[in-house]
Design a binder for this molecule. Sequence first.
Ligand SMILES: [Mg+2]
Ligand SMILES: [Zn+2]
Length: 214
Amino acid sequence: MKSQNQPHTVYFSDFDGTIAQLDIGDTILRHFGDPSWQDYARRYALGEINSQECLRGEFATLRATKQQILQLVDTLELDPTFPEFVRKVHERGDELIVLSDGQSYYLEHMLAKYDVHVPFYANRAVFENGGVKLEFPHLNPDCEVNAANCKCSHMPKHPSERRVYIGDGTSDRCAAGKTDLVYAKGPLLEWAKKQPWNYRPFRDFADVMAQEGF
Ligand SMILES: [Mg+2]
Ligand SMILES: [Zn+2]
């Protein structure tokens, strides 16, 4: 039964490649990382290392200050239909929660730039000695996809009658599998096709709005 303050639907969304048009973490690495960062990405894609090992290794190759990184991040874009999606979700009394295996400083920067106010869970970065050290406050050793930020561990904190997931990647799998409906693209869509999930392909947030009947 619906309790008084509980939203009908909670939308859980990935950030990089879903809300942000590009993967911002990868874009930062392409600009400021040693090319060896791609070895970690390749080993992660092959399943040889988990996302925590991948991210830690990738970002250890990076040489830049926080200011340099934020200058680059500032040139990147979110899906232009995302702010309208959030406005409509809130108008309906529903919620949107961002679950990201990216890093808090660039989520904060981009969400503020687009004047979007939503809760998010992400990894942390400490800027020291001209580089970046990652911290993983939401690591869960039992995560079924071994994500650095175990996305599904946040879902019970946001109860609702209906859970919807929106995403594109490997780190989305554990959370997406625990929802009523998954909007999937990219590698998550290929994965969804082989799962017993209720899923729909999507292009962008305008497409999700249309499919949700907003
Ligand atoms: Mg993604
Ligand atoms: Zn998990």
